[in-house]
Write a protein that binds this ligand. Structure first.
Ligand code: FE2
Length: 697
């Protein structure tokens, strides 16, 4: 097939030929008209001047061809050519009284009229085509929205049937879409994968409610019945002929990469990619959702499950994308949320004894969160007549009180604040309370009103939290100095013998500026240690800070001391090395391109088109297991990273706490790969990097 470039070149050549022919005819016509010579063709003697008409017609044909074949551009060129010629015709006819020019003048005039007529017809055709395209687009939009509405209605029907699903299909669709985006799919492909994810469990409509909602273990027969749902889904969805990928996704989403899945036992790449993506998203959601017998699993457990299932249950590449998405989700937002969201709107809590009812945690960030609620105390009445909030940190954003869960989920309670201003400190450095009474003062009878509306605003800036409570009569400001800046803060609502209702939660879009909360305690720094060649770096969250970039030289060494922050609790809360290029040598600087991120726990993330990165991690004899690794990170150690560079190949190696890590990154794209100045910088997740020294072998 002819390429676009070839077609373009041909069009330019045609345009140039027409213009050249026209110019030649325009120049030659008056000369030929004035000639008195004779032309002898065979036995025929013709005056040369008679050829002027032929040349003039040839010129006019070129002009018309320009308009017909080159649209608007051709029209402008043709008109310009005619207008340029017009003064000569007028001068010849009127000034020089050359009667031989009169036919030529009228012929040009006629051509001018003709090109205007052709142009006007072309414009009408263009308009008609445009209208047709618009109409087609509208029809497509209507079909699309009809499809989306039908899909959503179907999903609502499945979710209504399965009382434990709580929006499972929507979340699987969302996760599948995210995986697709990470895999570099186009927007159109991501959209397809999203809808395939949304409808993957449609076949459950055909399974009996009793089996789907059964609380206990399923019998073998019941399990066989459930296993029919992919085939049923396929039967239902294959009638949507315009979107065949949807039925394919649903049909094979329970196949396993090792061939042990159902319904067809397909293996590896024989399973359509769309189904392999949905399988990972589906499994992730199953683990991050609440079940009748358990809460959502902690994020690091899901992460380990995804990694251990890579190559057996899941496509290894897709599993690694999911792992990457988990790593990016430092606040564990990709999970089923119930109470927090459901608490908004017309939700309510009946609280009996203190802390018998506690809402899920509301994450407090640098953007102010507004919580409004109505409160009424109930029998048996108590002196303590106010709702309370609990400030805490936990892997699953919930309040816990049993010791094992507290340990497993790193639960840490900061303090309790009664909305009347009383506070109980459980583990913060300092709490300060300031009350301001409003005008007018409390009601004349001095009795508290039966119902109280509270407006609570909460914000976290580094290691300080500010809670402002307004009950219409007074404002209480509580400032809290947390143990350090790297922890998360959640707020849960609770109370004692009371009824809390009309809870609304809203978060502002923009974060507050630095210094918004006046300090009540000094900032705790973990990087006060000795400084080396580069300034020390405290990384509070996943890659929230990075050292300066150092140009990678063959034989270079970077040594530093690392210690994970008190909040670190996961294996990957450790230092990372980034290989990149940028105009100013800074991470995320001008023209930033990342080649590799090498984590000291032996994992890397390859996510770019300009380099290929391969990591080899070996557990040596003195590797004492991952718990020992985490402990070693907590205590801190000195680390040396060796760099080798041969042309476009960079090898990074290091050995720490019995784990040797070697990464080979080959730069394949970008400006002259061999000469690119590649920089290395230190970053990480929840770690303090000090005494950073750069040396050369
Ligand atoms: Fe399923």
């Amino acid at each position: 097939m002819e390429t676009k470039e070839k077609r373009g070149a041909r069009a330019y050549i045609g345009l140039a030929v027409l213009l050249a022919l026209y110019a030649a005819a325009a120049v030659m016509t008056p000369r030929v008209a004035r000639s008195s010579e004779m032309l002898i063709i065979g036995g025929l003697r013709l005056p040369v001047s008679t050829m002027a008409g032929v040349l003039s017609s040839l010129g006019n044909i070129c002009i018309i061809c320009l308009v017909v074949f080159y649209g608007k551009t051709g029209f402008i060129l043709a008109l310009a050519s005619l207008l340029v010629q017009m003064p000569f015709w007028i001068r010849n006819c009127l000034v020089m009284q050359n009667t031989a020019s009169i036919p030529g003048f009228f012929s040009s005039l006629l051509t001018t009229v003709a090109i205007f007529l052709i142009r006007s017809r072309d414009r009408r055709i263009d308009k008609f085509r445009q209208d047709e395209v618009e109409q087609l687009k509208k029809t497509q939009q209507i079909t699309q929205s009809l499809f989306e509405d039908t899909a959503t209605a179907l999903v609502t029907a499945i979710d209504a049937k399965d009382e434990y699903s709580h929006g499972h299909s929507m979340r699987v669709a969302e996760y599948a879409g995210r995986i697709a985006r990470e895999l570099g799919k186009t927007e159109e492909e991501c959209r397809k994968i999203y809808y395939a994810g949304l409808l993957h469990d449609v076949g459950k409509i055909g399974i009996s409610d009793a089996i789907i909602n059964k609380k206990g273990k399923l019998t073998k027969e019941e399990y066989e019945e459930i296993k029919k749902h992919p085939v049923l889904s396929n039967q239902i969805l294959s009638s949507i002929r315009g979107y065949p990928y949807i039925s394919i996704g649903a049909h094979y989403h329970h196949e396993r990469y090792d061939g042990k899945g159902y319904p067809d036992g397909l293996k590896g790449e024989d399973i359509p990619e769309i189904a392999r993506i949905i399988a990972v998203a589906d499994a992730y959601d199953a683990m991050s959702s609440n079940r009748s017998y358990r809460h959502a699993l902690p994020q690091q457990i899901i992460r380990e499950e995804i990694i251990s299932g890579a190559g057996t249950q899941f496509d290894p590449e897709i599993a690694m994308v999911m792992r990457h998405l988990i790593d990016l989700d430092s606040e564990y937002r990709m999970k089923e949320r119930e109470a927090v969201k459901e608490l908004a709107g017309d939700n309510e809590m009946h609280c009996g004894p203190y802390r018998s009812e506690i809402s899920d945690g509301i994450h407090i960030t640098r953007a102010i969160t507004h919580i409004s609620l109505t409160y009424r105390d109930e029998e048996p009445r108590d002196d303590q007549t106010a709702p309370a909030i609990i400030l805490f940190d936990s892997l699953d954003a919930r309040v816990h009180d049993d010791e094992k869960t507290i340990r497993n989920l790193n639960y840490y309670e900061y303090c309790e604040i009664w909305l009347d201003g009383q506070t109980v400190n459980h583990g913060v450095r300092e709490i300060r309370t300031k009350r301001t009474a409003h005008e007018p003062a409390a009601p004349a009878d001095g009795r508290a009103p039966e119902r109280t509306a509270y407006e609570v605003a909460a914000v976290k800036c580094r290691d300080h939290v500010l809670i402002r409570i307004d009950n219409g009569r007074e404002t209480t400001e509580v400032t809290i100095a947390l143990p350090d800046s790297s922890r998360y803060v959640y707020i849960a609502l609770t109370g004692k013998n009371c009824y809390i209702s009309d809870v609304r939660i809203e978060q502002e879009a923009n974060p507050v500026p630095d210094g918004f909360i006046p300090r009540i305690a000094e900032e705790i720094s973990y990087i006060d240690g000795p400084e080396g060649d580069l300034p020390n770096v405290q990384v509070d969250g996943i890659r929230t800070a990075a050292s300066a970039g150092v140009p990678v030289k063959d034989g270079m060494r970077i040594s530093f001391h690392t210690m994970s922050l008190p909040t670190a609790r996961l294996i990957w809360h450790c230092p990372y090395i980034v290989l990149f290029r940028s105009a100013d040598g800074k991470v995320n600087g001008e023209g930033y391109r990342e080649y590799a991120v090498i984590r000291l726990d032996g994992e890397n993330w390859e996510d770019n088109k300009e380099a290929q990165s391969r990591i080899i991690a070996n557990r040596e004899d003195d590797f004492g297991g991952w718990d020992a690794w985490k402990k070693g990170n907590k205590e801190g150690f000195d680390c040396t990273v060796h760099f080798r560079r041969e042309g476009n190949r960079i090898t990074v190696s290091t050995r720490n706490l019995g784990l040797s890590v070697k990464d080979i990154t080959t730069i394949t794209g970008g400006p002259a790969a061999e000469e690119t100045e590649v920089y290395a910088a230190l970053t990480g997740d929840q770690c303090a990097l000090t005494n950073i020294r750069v040396t050369q072998e």
